[in-house]
Design a protein around this ligand. Structure first.
Ligand code: ADP
Ligand code: MG
Length: 665
């Protein structure tokens, strides 16, 4: 209602932050660092940057605002450019990995924290920025946590630089302490009570339970939109599909009219135009039902939600030192996150939150707050980055919460195996080059191996395809047709080469959109891959690495692929079943793999990542020759006697190697 009847200027003045605008600007004028705390929806993300602009901070510099999530950076930049009546990319822009929508006149720049972190590589003092707003700091994303340490130095070095850290209520004191007891500015809240209802018993199938609950609300409860929290794309799609189906059934089984339900998914991989739909007003008499990941917890605020359905779960990337890798896993959310979720129902009026878990689970099983990402994920990129910033001993870096030493050492070990670190922990030539690419270390390694093996053209395409969401389109009502279309692209020994094949055929068909539709491929995904490719190509050019091609001798390409994934090498154990060479972890071929069910079962494979669902599935698999693992592997690195950590790893590795050789015989 509000959005329809009020002008944008009026909407801005209605936000809680507006009532404290002048005091807030005063505090910022008087302090170099300020922590700003406010409820979700109070206007921190959209207003603060504009206030800073209005107060003159953009006269000689840019106001930057970091977001842990790409979707938030894009969506908020769009909103603010509308509020300022300017084209997106002009005065207001955004930058996320592989996508820079800013220009020479950009004065307010939203970006992911990862993008700003990379900018510190080129300009350690961040001279172009007058102010950085570190938004959503309570999320404690990996990059935000590293930025904390880096920005603390910038603050000390540049008197003219301002830093504003915004946070939901959690952690504010801790942030203030980290910067030397800086002021905490509180934005007064305006929230309504939320009635919280728990499940009586733990629920077996929360997707089904959520769909049922949403239908009940829709049929029996007064107007007000619904927001459902799920863990990821698959579940969200399943829930949306089920909801649509139930509505259909209802329409055909009752004679009375059924009220309209507008079903809107949102997750990070959803195309931007579909994401934007969650902000649209439903037509009169219709109810909106948004099905979201934890992206809607604090990053995006949608008005008009009266009902929240919380499954109590979320996906988190977790580094498992035993497995030696990150895995996206489903975990119960923390109590703080559950409370944030519930709060979404009380923004426009008193609301209700249905928790699909028991009160006892909330009180006894959930952690009070989430574990910061830096303490639970692979630090490969962070290690590379800090090393290139000449921070020799990572344990000395000013971390707010230092990562476990085990994590740092494991990440260093992995970089050493990839040839990015030398035996004393310094960056090698390859390591220095790897830092230049906004890619995970294994993919950067694959590219550089492509240079050595003279197949960089092919590897570049594979890396680009791996950097975008899956291009295979698989509509639920045309599964067989789309699977058959996908199989036509299969290169039997490799999913990576299958991706290469798809791209090359698309290219041979003049990058046409209708060709994609005919072959069940997402044209947007392919176009994105093409864009990524051209950006990576630019970096290769600046490094003076020539574009070489191996033509159709794709064995060489497989060799380059192999060199990136020593940590993900697996050996055949049974039909479709492998075990990781390093740690014996079982891993399975996914039915969607080119290697699956073709009667072709190579002894050794490498895979891009492991997906944990009902089983441990290898995602994107390539058959490799065992001698490549031995030949390209790190076994021939010499180790200095003095370096005990690496020596220990080396020893372990020798044993593994012997074990592997015995296996091979
Ligand atoms: P905070 O950062 O404090 O959580 P925001 O600045 O994100 O708050 O949001 C302030 C208001 O702007 C909210 O009421 C929200 O609904 C509105 N808003 C934010 N982004 C958009 C958008 N893309 N479209 C429409 N409204 C938006
Ligand atoms: Mg915000």
């Amino acid at each position: 209602e509000f959005a329809k009847s009020k002008s944008i200027a009026e909407q801005r003045q209605y936000l809680p932050i507006y009532s404290v605008r002048d005091e807030l600007l005063q505090v910022i004028r008087e302090n170099q660092v300020v922590v700003v705390v406010g409820e979700t929806g109070s206007g921190k993300t959209t207003q603060l940057t504009q206030y800073l602009h209005e107060d003159g901070y953009t006269i000689n510099g840019v106001v930057g605002c970091t977001q842990p999530r790409r979707v938030a950076a894009m969506s908020v930049a769009k909103r603010v450019s509308e509020e300022m009546e300017t084209e997106l990319g002009d005065k207001v822009g955004y930058a996320i990995r592989f996508e820079d929508v800013t220009g020479p006149s950009t004065i307010i720049k939203y970006m992911t924290d990862g993008v700003l972190l990379r900018e510190t590589l080129k300009d350690a003092d961040l001279d172009k920025y007058r102010v950085i707003v570190m938004d959503e700091a309570h999320e404690r994303s990996l990059s935000t946590d590293v930025l904390f340490g880096i920005l603390k130095k910038v603050v000390a070095q540049r008197r003219d630089f301002k830093l504003i850290v915004t946070s939901a209520t959690l952690n504010a004191q801790k942030f203030s302490n980290f910067f030397g007891s800086v002021p905490i500015f509180q934005i007064p809240g305006r929230t309504f009570p939320v009635n919280i209802l728990y499940s009586k018993t733990p629920c077996e199938d929360y997707v089904e339970a959520a769909v049922k609950q949403a239908m009940t609300i829709h049929i029996t409860s007064p107007p007000g939109d619904i927001l459902i929290f799920m863990t990821g794309q698959d579940e969200i799609e399943a829930a949306c599909y089920a909801l649509a189906e139930r509505i259909e059934q209802l329409i055909s089984s009752t004679r009375k009219g059924v009220p309209k339900l507008l079903i809107l998914p949102i997750y990070s991989q959803l195309p931007a135009d579909l994401q934007a739909k969650i902000f649209q007003k439903a037509e009169d008499g219709a109810r909106k039902c948004i099905v979201a990941t934890n992206i809607a917890e604090t990053s995006l605020t949608v008005d008009g939600i009266f009902y929240v359905i919380d499954t109590g779960y979320g996906k988190m990337k977790v580094y498992n030192p035993k497995m030696g890798m990150d895995a996206l896993q489903v975990f119960p959310v923390s109590r703080a996150a559950a409370d944030q979720r519930a709060g979404r129902a009380g923004r426009t009026g008193p609301g209700t939150c249905y928790r699909l878990y028991t009160e006892s689970a909330y009180l006894n099983e959930m952690l009070p707050a989430p574990v910061p990402e830096i303490q639970r994920t692979n630090l490969g990129n962070v290690v590379l980055l800090l090393k290139s910033l000449k921070i020799e001993n990572l344990l000395d870096f000013d971390f707010m919460d230092p990562p476990p030493q085990e994590n740092i050492l494991n990440s260093m070990y992995q970089l050493w195996v990839l040839g990015a670190l030398n035996n004393v922990g310094g960056l090698t030539d390859i390591g220095w080059k790897m830092v230049e690419f906004p890619l995970d270390p294994p993919l950067a390694k694959m590219l550089l191996m492509g240079e050595q093996l003279q197949c960089i053209d092919e590897v570049l395409t594979i890396v680009s395809m791996l950097s975008v969401p899956s291009v295979f389109f698989r509509p639920k009502d045309r599964v067989e047709e789309s699977d058959a279309a996908r199989e036509k692209f299969f290169v039997p020994e490799s999913d990576h080469l299958t991706l290469l094949n798809v791209y090359q055929q698309w290219k041979a068909n003049q990058y046409r959109g209708d060709w994609c539709n005919d072959h069940f491929l997402h044209v947007k995904g392919l176009r994105k891959a093409r864009e990524v490719r051209s950006q990576l190509l630019d970096i290769l050019r600046t490094l003076k690495i020539p574009l070489t091609s191996c033509g159709y001798d794709w064995d060489v390409v497989r060799k380059a692929i192999c060199s990136a994934y020593f940590h993900n090498a697996a050996r055949l154990k049974g039909v479709g079943e492998y075990v990781n060479c390093r740690n014996g972890m079982p891993c399975h071929l996914h039915p969607s793999s080119a290697l699956y069910g073709l009667g072709y079962t190579p002894e050794y494979v490498v895979y891009h990542e492991l997906i944990l669902t009902t089983k441990e599935y290898m995602q994107c698999v390539t058959a490799v020759e065992p001698q490549w693992l031995a030949e390209l592997g790190p076994m021939f690195f010499s180790v200095k006697e003095s370096d005990t950590t690496l020596l220990e790893h080396k020893k372990r590795q020798k044993e593994e190697k012997t074990a592997m050789e015995e296996e091979m015989e």
